[in-house]
Design a protein around this ligand. Sequence first.
Ligand code: PHE
Length: 453
Amino acid sequence: MTDTKKSQHSQWSSRFAFILAATGSAVGLGNIWKFPYITGENGGGAFVIVYLLCVLLIGIPIMMAETMLGRRSRQNPIETMKTLAKEADADSNWHYLGWLGVIAGFLILSYYSVIAGWASAYVLKAFTGSFFSADAAEIKSLFDSFVASPVQLIFWHSLFMLATMLIVVRGVNSGIERAVRFLMPSLFVLLMLLVAYAMTTGSYDQGIKFLFTPDFSKLTANGVLTAMGHAFFTLSIGMGAIMVYGSYLPKDVSISKTVFLIAGTDTVVALLAGIAIFPIVFASGLEPAAGPGLIFQTLPIAFGNMTGGWLFGILFFVMLVFAALSSSISLIEPAVAWLVENKNMSREQACIWSGSITWLLGFGTIFSFNIWSELKIFDRTIFHLLDYLTANLMLPIGGFCIAVFAGWIMKHQHTEQELDMPDAISYQAWKLLISYVAPAAVFLVFLHVIGVL
Ligand code: PHE
């Protein structure tokens, strides 16, 4: 690597800045929009347990590995894999792992931005009082007629992509750090408020029971895959986002402590979202398995009927949009960093290119909620196919390769030095998880899905 390339690569101002940005990446639509609806579709408690186990045994060790790879090489994911493979005398084909990540980032952002567009539209709906005193049926028809309109979805998707690009152009230090600093705590407070509302619905116990009482007979093989895939998705791992953020991380920061903090926060936010939503689902006679529209069909009921709901509704959707923004920028950063560092583009050019591609791809998702809703590929709409392909296949495969690389390919003394764990036992525990437990678990879940197991 030449010095000029190295000097182009920025650095976070502090450990705190990294924590903010990585938490910003992790906490997003995955926690508040996706976790509740896939939990609802997969029967509740048992799904939640598998998800939590995956976060602990697969997600956290891989998140540490991915941060470590990035920090060791201080380059974009494609170059990182090239450099580190060379350092370990391994095959240069490892850089395809970086490519897999860049492609997964595009595909995820293409639908992520559409859903974030829904959240943006709901800021306006909250503002104009659309939820006021509305019942479940009215809120549902509001949502149905909204997603039936390609023009509206295109408008909000475009707006969100534009906002993403504007932040990414400014680089990691200025835009991202400042925004996340006050947004995360505010989102947290609003979620607590929604939980308090959920307690007044009369179905709080039923909601809690649904979330935390496991019934394994309700969990299919694909449900297990979805839970595992979601552990990757929600922690932003397996595609280079955390790797590229790790590459901006100063050397003296403890990776393990930081990762635990981020993963812990991420999990708490998801559980709070679930605790807020399911009591409303049951109290309003809605279906837990309502799908991607779940939060848009439940939370407005709460806002429409609680004191101060007008203001809280606006604030909540604003927070949700910002939480989505701090994730979307990390989805595109690997591609942008690569274009800048390897293709000699300016940050502006890199943003325009990658932003336009993602924006166009987003039309597939938009149409799958209206004019192409009957179009099925492998039995799935385009949106479902993209989600399945990325969250359930590409991220776990990427994560599997990261685990194998960190556990088996990199030199022992390099991982030990880079992770700099507080004691030998924690390092050994990580080594065991990354070399055996995480890759074996991913492999077994895949075997289970194709019916071999
Ligand atoms: N973790 C983000 C969320 O939960 C989504 C994401 C996935 C971001 C992969 C970056 C990489 O919303």
